[in-house]
Design a protein around this ligand. Structure first.
Ligand SMILES: [Ca+2]
Length: 335
């Protein structure tokens, strides 16, 4: 009797041991699967970080290449910048480190400098708008922005970039306008550093921003200096604005298409072209906005490897002594 009981006890203990072993095996399998998952995640992160680093350094190599090209163009012709020069070549792709590097260089003197709106009108007593404010309104209208929004923005952008806190005209906006918003903020009262800052300004909408973005730049100087040799057909609206609607869009495009591939040799040659001469007398303030040189450029550099890509936006500035500097870098495609 005792012997039978003992055999039954041993049998049930064996069953418990088997279940325990199976449980331990199951736990180990779960832990191992978890560890493998984490290891795969770590490996993916490591691969992504390596790709990102490779993208960054490859894009910086591209930045240096553009730097050298700008230096060579300046050496070949220090007096002029035009679209027949090396920097302006489009669609260049370089094989690099198993990937491909592409770049697009833009002359920042071929677009309207929004920081020019910081300059006040000489006739402040009458609260008259400055030349840049009037031109900005015309630029927006030419780009089919509604008249009211165009006028409003000529005041609010002006107030955002000018140094004082005085509301200009009936449409201006200073701290009090922005402080009453759901998420309050205050005006910059200084030049805009990146055109995307426009989105923070009263009256600007994402739709208007997308429309005007290809036509505007943000340079530290508070004046417009447009290189008439680098304004492209697509950007002819900038010329219409600078001449305050006295030049039609078709005439502006005609000036650009009739331009020598190496551009105008001088600003006076530009003023002598039939379409510009037909405008009549131009004030010194209007004339001073044009040049055949440029001192600021931006380069959009994209390094692509497999399905991954890395984009760097670099800004170059040539100082008064002719020395070129990289003044800013931004990661991303600036959209
Ligand atoms: Ca202000």
């Amino acid at each position: 009797m005792m012997r039978r009981l003992s055999q039954q006890s041993i049998g049930s203990q064996r069953g418990v041991a088997l279940i325990t072993v199976l449980l331990i095996v199951a736990i180990i399998v779960v832990i191992a699967a978890n560890m493998t998952g984490r290891l795969q995640l770590l490996m993916s992160r490591s691969i992504n970080m390596q790709a990102s680093q490779q993208g960054l350094w490859s894009a910086i190599a591209g930045e240096q290449l553009v730097f050298n090209v700008l230096e060579q163009d300046f050496k070949d012709d220090p007096q002029r910048v035009h679209l027949a020069q090396l920097w302006a070549r489009e669609g260049m792709i370089f094989p690099l480190n198993d990937g491909a590097l592409s770049g697009e260089v833009r002359d920042l003197h071929s677009c309207f400098n929004i920081n020019a709106l910081a300059k006040k009108s000489d006739d402040q007593s009458a609260q008259k708008r400055s030349l840049a404010q009037r031109q900005f309104e015309i630029l927006l209208q030419t780009l089919e922005v509604e008249d009211y929004a165009a006028e409003l923005l000529s005041y609010t952008v002006g107030d955002w970039v000018d140094g004082d806190k005085r509301i200009s005209g009936n449409f201006g906006a200073e701290d009090s306008t922005y402080a009453s918003k759901t998420v309050p903020y205050i005006t910059a009262n200084s030049p805009i550093g990146d055109v995307s800052e426009l989105l923070a300004i009263e009256g600007m909408t994402p739709a208007i921003y997308r429309k005007i973005k290809p036509f505007v730049c943000a340079l530290p100087a508070t004046l417009n200096k447009i290189n008439i040799n680098t304004v492209k057909d697509d950007n002819a609206q900038v010329l219409v604005a600078l001449f305050e609607n006295k030049l039609t869009l078709s005439d502006a495009k005609s000036v650009i298409s009739g331009r020598d591939p190496e551009g105008f040799k001088s600003v006076s040659e530009f003023f002598s072209s039939p379409e510009i001469a037909a405008i009549g007398n131009l004030t010194d303030e209007v004339k001073s906005q044009f040049d055949v040189k440029s001192s600021d450029f931006s380069a959009l550099l994209t390094f692509t490897i497999d399905v991954q890509s890395f984009t760097l936006n670099s800004i170059y500035h040539r100082d008064n002594k002719g020395k070129l500097h990289v003044v800013s870098r931004k990661i991303g495609n600036n959209e």
